[in-house]
Design a protein around this ligand. Structure first.
Ligand SMILES: *Cc1c(COP(=O)(O)O)cnc(C)c1O
Length: 427
């Protein structure tokens, strides 16, 4: 099977796996092991010296994870991928795999609340790495924020929760003109609706916990490297200078364009340890097989909900990138033509208090802090996921206090609409 010519629906089921060579098992086994047997001391020495490509220790490598990594790389059209213990870990270790202490990066300010706090507070505190915030798709601001300390540019394909769509091709053009890589969190679009690498992204990050897993049953993250960027540009010390933690290797020179993912495995996994468990990994392998079917249904249902809310007299405003009068509609037509994802946000007349009443009144929807489950979910982000942000930061990121966030599930659409109908009647 040539993975370059096969369609995503097929890759989601087959990529990276052709049956278990040890047992002939058809489905991917969960390899619950900490370490792997050496045949003798020489065999062990050869594995450690990387003279032999064989397993050593499961913090770094596991055959169950290997399948998911190959599948994610194939789905994204990337060169290699790595799974990590959560989406949050994938973001944190991607940042510290590019930016050294004292450096800076530029991020759109409409990002996931946990990412916002990681960038705004944790990275300066713990790593002396500093974010420069810019509004989504404000390329003049991005250009103005670039200086000799800048290491990369960061955006989400569809922002959480304001649902602004990033102009990835333009971000990549600006980043590459300045010798910078573009890092994209594509959790909300999934590799089925948008492949950021096709538009120029150099690193794609996923929270596997969301639509890829798809059933709200496990936490995990992934990073995919496009394998096109020259990591030695702008003299990035992490890629140019000898790494005293790994035999003095110069990552850029020794590994070339695969340096990002190779360094992420050998530095982050080996020495910092954010390893995904093989059991959680299996949940994502199970989920990814039906991702193309589910995300189509999520998108179809979400568009129907957005249209319904738009026409409802009690609703003040709705955002869904698939609505023709949405500010992101034109970008969504370019980047998300197959569907605009499962998220809908709205505000109702009467503001935050009335919105909370609707959230509390929903019966089919579950109220919780997650997205991308097969079930329909609801949350009031200003008082929960984004509550660590000041009101000013919330509004800058496109989160007014009355915003209600819906993650539309794969239930029958009439049942979803009926639940919204009865809850809106209470407000
Ligand atoms: C949930 C989420 C994350 C964090 O992922 P976890 O797996 O929960 O750590 C990062 N980015 C986006 C867009 C998310 O929705």
């Amino acid at each position: 099977m040539s993975e370059k010519t096969v369609h995503p629906e097929t890759l989601a089921v087959h990529a990276g796996w052709n049956g278990d060579p040890a047992t002939d098992a058809c489905a991917v086994p969960v390899y619950r092991t900490t370490a792997y047997n050496f045949k003798n001391a020489q065999d062990g020495a050869d594995r450690f010296a990387l003279k032999k490509a064989a397993n050593i220790y499961a913090r770094l490598m596991n055959p169950t994870e290997d399948v998911l990594e190959k599948r994610l790389a194939a789905l994204e059209g990337g060169a290699a991928a790595l799974t990590l213990s959560s989406g949050t870990a994938a973001i944190y270790f991607s940042v510290t795999n590019i930016a050294e202490t004292g450096s800076e990066f530029i991020s759109a300010d409409n990002v996931y609340g946990g990412t916002f706090v990681q960038f705004n507070t944790i990275l300066p505190q713990s790593n002396n790495i500093h974010v420069r915030w810019t509004h989504l798709n404000d390329f003049a601001a991005v250009e103005a924020a670039i200086n000799e300390k800048t290491r990369f540019i960061y955006v989400e394909t569809i922002g959480n929760p304001a649902l602004g769509v990033a102009d990835i091709e333009k971000y990549a053009e600006v980043a590459h003109r300045h010798g910078l890589p573009l890092v994209v969190d594509a959790t909300f679009s999934t590799p089925i609706l948008e492949q950021p690498i096709k538009w120029g992204a150099d690193v794609v990050i996923h929270s596997l916990s969301k639509w890829i897993g798809g059933h709200g049953a496990g936490i995990g993250g992934g990073g995919v490297g496009a394998g096109k960027f020259d990591w030695t540009q702008r003299g990035n010390p992490l890629y140019v200078e000898p790494d005293t933690g790994y035999h003095g290797i110069k990552w850029g020179e020794a590994i070339g364009k695969l340096a990002f993912i190779t360094r992420l495995r050998t530095v982050a996994l080996r020495n910092q340890g954010p390893t995904l468990s093989p059991d959680a990994n299996w949940i994502f392998l199970q989920g990814v097989e039906s991702l193309p079917l589910r995300i189509a249904r999520h998108s179809e249902n979400a568009l129907a909900v957005a249209k319904y809310l738009k026409a409802h007299p009690k609703v003040a405003w709705v955002r869904y990138p698939g609505l023709p009068d949405d500010p992101s509609y034109a970008l969504a037509q370019k980047y998300l033509p197959k569907g605009q994802g499962g998220m809908v946000v709205f505000g109702i007349k009467g503001g935050a208090a009335a919105g909370v009443k609707v959230a509390d009144g929903l019966k089919l929807f579950t109220q919780l802090a997650n997205v991308g489950d097969a079930r329909s979910l609801v949350i009031h982000p200003a008082s929960s996921t984004h509550s660590q942000l000041t009101e000013e930061e919330q509004i800058a990121g496109g989160l007014p206090p009355e915003l209600i966030r819906l993650s539309i599930g794969i239930e029958y659409i009439d049942d979803i609409l009926a639940d919204l109908e009865q809850a809106l009647a209470l407000a």
